[in-house]
Design a protein around this ligand. Sequence first.
Ligand SMILES: [Zn+2]
Length: 200
Amino acid sequence: MAASAGPEIERLISLLAKLPGLGPRSARRAALTLLKRKDQLLAPLAEAMADAAARVKVCSTCGSLDTRDPCAICADPTRDASLICVVEEVGALWAMERAGAFRGRYHVLGGLLSALDGVGPEALRIAPLVARAQDGAVKEAILALPATVDGQTTAHYLADRLAPTGVAVTSLARGVPVGGDLDWLDDGTIAQALRARRPA
Ligand SMILES: [Zn+2]
C-alpha cells in the first residue's frame, strides 16, 4: 500500500492497527479523528498514555495493574483476605469489579494452560498463587476461568495444585456460557455465577 500521509501519521496508523478490534482501515479512521480533534482528543490521549506508560506497574501480589504496588485492592484492609478469585487476565478482574459482587481479593494468572500453544504452568503465575494459598489467611480460591477447554484444563490443574494447601477450591457456576469470556458478560450474570459457585 502506498503511503498517503507523512511518516509520522503512517506510524500512528500502524501502531493503532495493532490494537484489538482495529484493523488497518479502522486505524486510519481513528487516526484521522485524533488528528482532526488534536486539542480535545489527541493531546489528552498522548498525555494519558505517557502517564500510564510511566506509572502503571504489575502488582507483585496479585498480578493486576495499578499505579502502586501492592495494588489498591491488595492494599485495601476492608477486602476479605480469606477469598481469592483466580482470573485469566486483568480484563476479567475488571469485569468482576464492575459486577460489584465480590469483596475478596484476586489472583491474575496471566493466561491459561494450553497444550496447543505450548503454555505450561511455569509460564503462568501459578507458583505465587500456591504460595498465597499456603500463608494461612486464605480459606477459599474461587476459579473464575472461561468455560473453554483451556479454561477447564487450567481449573483442574489448579484444583490439584491447591489441594495440599487445604483451601476450598470452587468455580463459577450457572450463567457462564460455554466458550464465554468473563469480559463479555453482564454484571448480573457474573454476580449470579459467583453466588452459585461449586467445588471445583
Ligand atoms: Zn494486587
